[in-house]
Ligand binder design. Structure first.
Ligand code: GLA
Length: 370
């Protein structure tokens, strides 16, 4: 047999008997990047099951906690770079697009950041200098290695007004423009994002649209909006999701879905807030699936993911990245939020690391456009 026919035979044999199951990153190649938030045991390569899923399935990662202010800069005079260094090295080893999350946020930041050495509130100039120093140090350290930064996280209230955080109270509403300017100075090639939850609700979305318009008018270098995507089975509706993507794409920025998960458990409080401080007590019936997810709910989750991904695929020209907030169901923050100690099933891989029906339904949405 000629070498050519051996090669063809080889391809046929491989194609028939050794066909690899599709992976997320292959399925969405050329459509958008697909990622996951990773925890310390994963980027330290101590979670063999999680690590093999990450390497096989994803081409971008976000740090669940390692780059938040309180983790990387726990005291005013000292940084803790070790975990973040490992995170970035892990991403490079796996040839991934590496996200930095997050520079300026009202949560998971030490109170001392906003106070002078006597505990009194800092002046505007002093806080700006602290913010500048933090951004210059952290972004500068990973210059050219971290490809995109959540520069400001969650600066808006549900009604679209600016959240009265210490950043706003002390600096004023130009704290956002300043944070972007400092990040751009520290790494001019990095993508820079504004990231928030519940932007699918009209009032908050309008506030964000106005904010982005204002930043663009001032020449602030913003690449994309991050829609966190902490979703429910019935929220956002398909129409809310589509309208939201359209509204931001119309401003000439890209759209990323940055923290995707779908909460299958009963609501314990009204609304859809992903505000990390909005915990609640639970109560009877709030944790119904401790013995496993009933098939009907499993199938409903698969359909819900298909509904969302059909919209993402439709708007693929505007979307550059979809990142899940966690790898397997066991890793998810939703086992502890808004009620502690529940058993949730929000992701595409189960607690054993096996693909769920939702994985297959997500992959099938990519096939429709290929
Ligand atoms: C917010 C933050 C994330 C994470 C999630 C919950 O969405 O942006 O960093 O804390 O809450 O884990």
């Amino acid at each position: 047999m000629s070498p050519k026919s051996i090669a063809i035979l080889g391809l046929l044999v491989c194609g028939v008997s050794h066909a690899q199951p599709a992976t997320l990153k292959d399925a969405f190649q050329g459509i958008f990047r697909i990622g996951a938030a990773v925890n310390q045991s994963q980027f330290d390569e101590k979670d063999a099951r999680g690590d093999s899923i990450i390497a096989a399935q994803f081409n971008t990662i976000s740090p669940e906690n390692a780059l938040k202010w309180e983790s990387i800069h726990p005291r005013l005079d000292s940084y803790n770079f070790d975990p973040a260094d490992h995170y970035v090295a892990f991403g490079e080893k796996n040839k991934m697009f590496i996200i930095g999350h997050c520079l300026v946020w009202h949560s998971q930041v030490p109170r001392s950041v906003f106070q002078d050495d006597k505990g009194a509130p800092l002046t505007r100039d002093a806080l700006l200098e602290r913010m500048h120093d933090h951004i210059r140090t952290v972004v500068g350290r990973y210059k050219g290695r971290i490809g995109g930064w959540d520069v400001v996280n969650e600066a808006l209230n549900e009604d679209g007004t600016m959240r009265k955080s210490q950043w706003l109270n002390i600096i004023g509403d130009d704290f956002i423009a300043k944070a972007f300017q400092f990040a751009h100075e520290a790494d001019p090639k990095a993508e820079l994002y504004y990231n928030d939850y519940s932007l699918e609700n009209e009032a908050k979305r309008k506030g964000a649209v106005e904010l982005i318009k204002k930043l663009k008018a001032q020449g602030v270098p913003i690449t994309a909006i991050g829609l966190q995507g902490h979703d429910k089975m019935d929220w956002p509706t398909a129409a809310q999701q589509a309208d939201t993507i359209e509204a931001f794409a119309a401003l000439g920025i890209k759209v990323n879905i940055t923290e995707l998960d779908v909460d299958v458990l009963p609501r314990t409080a009204p609304g859809n807030s992903a505000d990390v401080s909005a915990t609640s007590a639970g109560g009877s019936g709030s944790n119904p699936y401790t013995a496993g997810l009933p098939d009907a709910v499993q199938q409903a989750l698969a359909q819900r993911y298909a509904e969302l991904f059909k919209i993402f695929v439709k708007y693929r020209a505007s979307i550059t990245r979809i990142t899940f907030w966690g790898v397997t169901d066991g890793d998810s923050w939703l086992n502890g939020f808004p009620v502690r100690g529940r058993t949730n099933y929000p992701l595409l891989f189960d607690r054993e690391g096996k693909t769920k029906p939702a994985f297959t339904s997500v992959i099938s949405t990519a096939k429709e456009v290929k």
